[in-house]
Unconditional design. Sequence first.
Length: 358
Amino acid sequence: MKKKISIFLPNLEHGGAENVYVNLANFFIKQNFKVDFLLTKKKGPLVHRLNSKINLINFNKKKTSNSIFILANYFLENKPDIFLTALHNSNIVASISHKIARSKSILVLKECNNFSEKIKKMNFIEKFLIKFLITLTYTRSNYIIAPSKGIKKDFLNYFKKFYYKTKVIYNPISVKQIIKNSKIKSKLLFKKNFIISIGRLEKQKNYECLIKAFNLLKLKNLFLVIIGEGKERKNLSNLINKLCLNLRVKLIGYNKNPFYYLYKSKLFVLSSNFEGMPNSLLEAMALNKKIVSTNCNYGPSELLKNEKYAKLTKINNPKHMADSIQYILNLKGKPNYSKKLQKISIEKISEQYLNLLN
């Protein structure tokens, strides 16, 4: 009898957790598992990346918290063998629903980001509430997944009681698919000599630092492409205008296939203040790109340690980032990250998830 794997997320907007679970779902369906993909609201560009054989279930609710009883009923009627979810709201809701239904499904929650950074923006009541809810509801889980050693350590600093059920499983990457997609040609804004960054236009990603660093380079024949969309677009556009970089820096928005741009770029830059395990960095490694990344918590230092063609920079330091970009651009030769990426292939990571069934 086929094992059933269920995955629950708020939506399929372009984000790290969403990308990971779409990739895993597509792999599981090819391995002859039954796969249900449950969404609070069916929206987001990644919906179209799901294999057509996956059973997509839309709860059609505005808030994840409104899905508690529908999800409890799903557990009662469908009885999945393993249930995967990610992000705090989804984790909490899934745990409550699992309890209401008295489900025997293996419940796997995923902590995707830096908890310390997340609660910095919260007031006292919000901090108390999120800690209380996690302490109360995560007890229901069989496993809690962290995408990096740093995220695991950070999470356990607050929730030591979950030490024995918290495991590190890195985000998977399909190198073959990324290489294949990188060969699909699309129109480029710049034909050559451009560096690239990919991610949501949010303060966390600190593209302001990257743009300021690029301005310090004073290389008139070099261009910068930033792929992604988000709340910071207006502020970043104003900064580009202020620095008179309109002709050399482009915010091109969300791109369904950013890999051709990445393939053609001279160097990839990650400028984030914090991360969990940055997928865009893994994708740059899949295409063997030279890399400059902030030494942020967490992920980059685990991935780029002892790599000749990658340099870690100080967070929110345009001068240090500019110097690092210049240094890496001047290096002759090309990196090869294949050995490191073998450990986090889609095949290896999916196997680690499936081992949780046992």
